[in-house]
Ligand binder design. Structure first.
Ligand code: NAD
Length: 380
């Protein structure tokens, strides 16, 4: 059956379709047609909150290489059973956070997708790796570099693959940005600016350091950091190496809602300096509303509104408006790509090392905001 995730994106440049883009399109079409049919890998979702419920579970129904075979939840008798009925998997595939080690005895499970609050990603990833399962951890990979190192080490010693839920690497607009970064008739990008913010209505775990590790930088600013690295580095190779800034400066904004943001930032802005001199400024907030970037290149520019959303991205370049039709499901593509990595025994292009790079940048941003001065991200 031809699902939306199967269908190749048709590119409508109202502006100019370059030869490079046409060649890429042809290559990806050939690859899709040549890929042999293969078994679907069993995926377990860990943490049945908003993202797992409204995005990942529906996206799994659109994948070609994955199927939802189980869940990990703190409420196995209610939520777990409800999911088993709704998605047609056996109740023996309902686990709790304390019984994840038992997955080792369940050959139906190939991939564990961790969708818990940020500070629990390391715990749940390491538990899954110890059970011998490949892992996708949601972003941010963890709350500090030390945890990322522990996750990478656990996956390496268990011989399983690790990937991060960076869905925008599978979105055609962001893929086009990465392609243009390496197109000498357009790039490289020389001045990058972006921001992502929403207004938090009431206090949730995202504003608690213990569970979130930080404030909007961890949750939203990470997309702006990713945009800068995409614009400077272009398409990434499986497993890296990944481009990283050589220095970081940052400043926290004032707290107009101190009761809500008692132990995390309410807003923060930063500048990343890359080795080739491109400055990337970014901002994020839980008390404002913006979702955009504008990146200037040597021979053009690329900008987007609704830039970091699941769909409805509105983008244009100096060559004209950009439309990709029909819309893709970013999460279905992301999960299928990881399943293909597992099946082909290759590293993900959004690997644990990339997640670690971003935590190193985030740590440097917080360090600069706290003490001032330029910081170098540690051991990227
Ligand atoms: P959520 O609050 O809706 O869900 C979190 C889930 O974790 C809940 O089911 C909750 O019961 C469970 N949980 C387990 N232990 C918990 C504990 N000790 N305290 C609180 N909850 C606990 O959050 P969400 O929006 O689904 O986000 C989950 C993760 O997914 C976060 O890391 C977030 O950054 C990430 N996320 C990624 C995207 C994306 O586009 N890639 C979008 C949304 C969320």
């Amino acid at each position: 059956m031809n699902t939306p995730a199967d269908r190749l994106t048709r590119r409508h440049f109202v502006g100019q379709l370059s030869l490079g883009a046409a060649a890429l399109l042809l290559a990806s079409r050939t690859r899709a047609a040549d890929t042999p049919p293969s078994r679907k890998l069993g995926v377990v979702l860990v943490g049945l909150g908003n993202y797992a419920t409204t995005e990942l579970a529906p996206a799994l129904q659109l994948t070609r290489r994955c199927r939802l075979v189980g869940v990990v939840t703190g409420e196995p008798a209610t939520k777990g059973r409800d999911w088993a009925r709704r998605y047609g998997f056996p109740e023996k595939n309902i686990y709790t956070y304390d019984t994840m080690h038992r997955m080792a005895d369940n050959p139906a499970i190939d991939i564990v997708y961790v969708v818990t609050p940020n500070a629990l990603h390391a715990r749940d990833t390491i538990a899954a790796a110890k059970a011998g399962k490949h892992v996708i951890s949601e972003k941010p990979m963890a709350v500090n570099v030390a945890e990322c190192d522990a996750m990478i080490a656990a996956c390496r010693s268990a011989g399983v693959k690790l990937s991060i839920g960076y869905r925008l690497h599978f979105d055609p607009y962001h893929q086009e940005l990465m392609r243009l970064a390496r197109d000498p008739t357009f790039g490289p990008f020389t001045k990058i600016n972006g921001g992502f913010a929403f207004v938090m209505g009431h206090k949730v775990w995202r504003a608690e350091r213990k569970l979130a590790g930080g404030g909007p930088l961890m949750d939203l600013g990470i997309y702006v950091i990713q945009n800068a690295c995409m614009a400077v580095g272009g398409p990434t190779s499986p497993g890296g190496p990944y481009v990283a800034p050589v220095a970081v400066t940052a400043r926290e904004g004032p707290k107009t809602k101190p009761e809500m943001f008692a132990d995390v930032e309410q807003s923060i802005q930063w500048t990343l300096e890359f080795a080739d001199g491109a400055p990337a400024t970014g901002r994020t907030s839980y008390a404002d509303s913006y979702n955009e970037f504008h990146d200037d290149a040597a021979h053009g520019w690329f900008e987007a509104k609704n830039a970091f959303s699941y769909n409805g991205i509105r983008a244009r370049t100096s060559r004209g408006p950009l439309h990709f039709d029909p819309p893709v499901n970013q999460q279905a593509r992301q999960m299928d790509d990881f399943a293909e990595c597992v099946l082909a025994n290759r590293e993900s292009r959004v690997s644990g090392e990339m997640g670690r790079r971003d935590l190193a940048i985030i740590e440097a941003i917080y360090a600069s905001a706290a003490a001032g001065g330029r910081r170098t991200p540690v051991r990227v």
